[in-house]
Ligand binder design. Structure first.
Ligand code: ZN
Ligand code: ZN
Length: 618
């Protein structure tokens, strides 16, 4: 088989020793399935990232109850040490063999390999009684396969060749690693990921809903989720204020012409919502007005117009304009997923207009801001990527502004700034924005997924004469174009909160938690005392409530734990008399009794300092 044909079967990677192991295990799984369900036929069975899968049309269903038997049959095959023997057959002989085996899907694929890819011979591997059309590679014999390092994971439906027009098959997924320790660690990480999945925890903690009556990919933020959004905005405002940013506000809809000026139209059109055409009668018998508007997909052009709205001098630079800006992007509905892929999002946006001499400092300050956020939130699993243009890319002229000298100069500036920052980074060609180099901050989520989480971009092109034509008067009295830094350290609320839900496993630090303190009176006799404490907490801007239900205290405490409320105050006779509270904290065994006034001072300090008392998710 040639490479392109093989690509259908998974990524062949001969350099990865696990590839042959996973591939061989797929044969062993298929052999076990055919023993258990005689008369079943087969589709593809490729290695994948965490193991492999194999597709079947089964003669009788396989359910998770069958997994132990299937695994034990696989282990028997491994124990038998069956040799993998290769044989290459001419196409007609290969087709006859597949026919005799009763494998119509494999035969269909063999015909395609011959007709479309021009193969004349096809590889077959035999081990024991089992035969599969396949190009390898395999381990020498089944005895070389790690018996304790695989585990059947799930069954799912999958169409033959991924097309809904085709036969529905049963796909059996299996984990496979080099050894048992790795397998167990990976399975555990996967389960932890499921437990922390924001699509599960988000609604469970009442943070957001996606309501079909509103539209796909347009989340509604519930009161609890709105608290988190506002706390993040408050944090961003404080940090940006310290670094002398100024806040601005811009509308959600804008005339089409602005997007031509900025370069978004026509290139970005596929990612924008369709236009709105507005018609109204002209004033005092004048001509009718017809205008086309778009929902804004980015805040940059608006901020640029704010820059352009006044005459700017070099003394005004750097000018830093910030906004938590709502934007709308048209994502294919199949790509939408919880808060991670949405059609409406609110972005921690800012644009810094500066001279070339100011780039390094400004860039560094943005990187420092990232560091402060990450430290505050206990985010350690990330790396920085300097994304460069690719002068050798044949499509480079469409992808990048054609100005090699500017690319070289700005890339060096960003590289120098990064070296000064002391932050480790890798360089990757061909990942730049069309208008300049950027730093991408890559985060690893608890499920092991890597995401570009935020970017810090240097733009030498959009302010230029043939686009937004932004100018300032230099010390020489002449007009110059500023550089622009586009930055969004906290990304969008949607993406960042999805990340934080999983990062903290829903147990937010006190300053971010929707409800910070729950007061539990041990009987209704203490409701008044509880209400008094509740009032005092609220006056001190602490988010508190009282559980007045008739449930037993034990049940109330369990309820508070499920909701991951950081602090529970238990109050009864003793507390009421002494003006004290018994403090129980989420994730901590010890409880402490203290005067209420002391508790209030402590929690206020904890919130003000945005203290993280526990490791994220612990
Ligand atoms: Zn194979
Ligand atoms: Zn921007």
């Amino acid at each position: 088989m040639n490479d392109s044909a093989l690509a259908e079967l998974g990524n062949k990677d001969n350099a990865d020793p696990l590839y042959a192991v996973r591939h061989s295990l797929a044969h062993v799984l298929a052999q076990a399935v055919l023993e258990m369900r005689p008369g079943s036929t087969r589709g593809f069975g490729p290695p994948i990232d965490n193991g492999f899968y194999y597709d079947f049309v089964l003669s009788a269903p396989i359910t998770p109850e069958d997994f132990p038997e299937l695994e034990s049959r696989m282990k028997d095959i491994i124990k038998a040490g069956q040799r993998f023997e290769r044989e290459d057959l001419e196409v007609p002989a290969a087709l006859a063999r597949l026919e005799a085996m009763g494998e119509p899907y494999k035969a269909e694929y063999a015909r395609e390999l011959a007709d479309r890819h021009g193969l004349t011979r096809l590889g077959f591997y035999t081990n024991g009684p089992f035969v599969d059309m396949c190009d390898g590679p395999h381990v020498g014999h089944t005895g070389k396969l790690p018996r304790g390092a695989f585990k059947i994971r799930s069954v799912a439906g999958a169409y033959w060749r991924g097309s809904e027009a085709n036969q529905m098959m049963t796909r059996i997924y299996c984990w496979a690693y080099a050894d048992k320790v790795t397998l167990e660690a990976e399975v555990k990480r996967h389960e932890e990921g499921l437990r922390r999945d924001h699509k599960k925890l988000g609604p469970q903690l009442d943070l957001y809903v996606i309501d079909p009556a509103i539209g796909k990919g347009l989340p509604l933020w519930m009161p609890n989720g709105t608290v988190i959004r506002e706390e993040l905005e408050k944090l961003a405002k404080e940090m940006e204020f310290q670094d002398a940013y100024q806040r601005v506000a811009t509308p959600h809809v804008t005339l089409e012409s602005l997007y031509y000026m900025s370069g978004h139209l026509p290139y970005y059109k596929a990612s924008m919502f369709p236009p709105m055409v507005l018609e109204e009668a002209g004033e005092a018998g004048g001509e009718a007005v017809r205008e086309t508007y778009y929902l804004k997909p980015m805040n940059c052009p608006h901020h640029h117009r704010i820059f352009a709205a006044r005459k700017r001098s070099y003394r005004d630079l750097p000018l830093r304009l910030a906004e938590y800006g709502q934007v709308y992007r048209f994502e294919d509905h199949g790509a939408l997923s919880g808060l991670l892929r949405v059609r409406g999002m609110c972005m921690n946006d800012a644009h810094i207009y500066c001279t070339e001499a100011q780039i390094e400092d400004e860039f560094l300050k943005v990187m420092r801001m990232h560091e402060r956020y990450f430290e505050m939130l206990g985010i350690a699993d990330f790396y920085m990527r300097l994304s460069l243009w690719d002068p050798d890319d044949p499509k480079g002229r469409e992808k990048y502004v054609d100005n090699p000298a500017a690319w070289e100069r700005t890339q060096n500036l960003v590289r120098q700034a990064m070296q000064k920052s002391g932050l480790p980074f890798v360089e990757v060609k061909g990942e730049a924005a069309f208008y300049g180099p950027k730093i991408d901050i890559q985060l690893k989520t608890v499920t092991g997924r890597e995401e570009t989480f935020s970017t810090n971009q240097l733009d030498f092109a959009v302010p230029g004469a043939d686009r937004m034509n932004l100018v300032y008067t230099g010390p020489d009295g002449a007009e110059h174009h500023p550089y622009v830094i586009h930055r969004a350290p906290l990304g969008t609320h949607e993406r960042f909160i999805a990340y934080l839900i999983e990062h903290f496993g829903g147990a937010f630090p006190t300053w971010l938690a929707p409800l910070q303190v729950r007061i539990l009176p041990i009987s209704e006799r203490f409701n008044d005392y509880a209400a008094r404490l509740d009032g005092e907490l609220r006056r001190a801007q602490v988010r508190a409530d009282v559980d007045r239900s008739d449930d037993k205290v034990g049940k109330k405490i369990r309820e508070a734990l499920t909701s991951k409320i950081p602090v529970v105050l238990v109050v009864g006779e003793q507390e009421q008399e002494g003006g004290t509270v018994t403090v129980r904290r989420y994730g901590e065994d010890a409880q402490a009794s203290m005067p209420f006034s002391r508790f209030l001072a402590e929690i206020r300090a904890e919130i003000d300092g945005r203290v993280m008392r526990r490791a994220p998710g612990a």
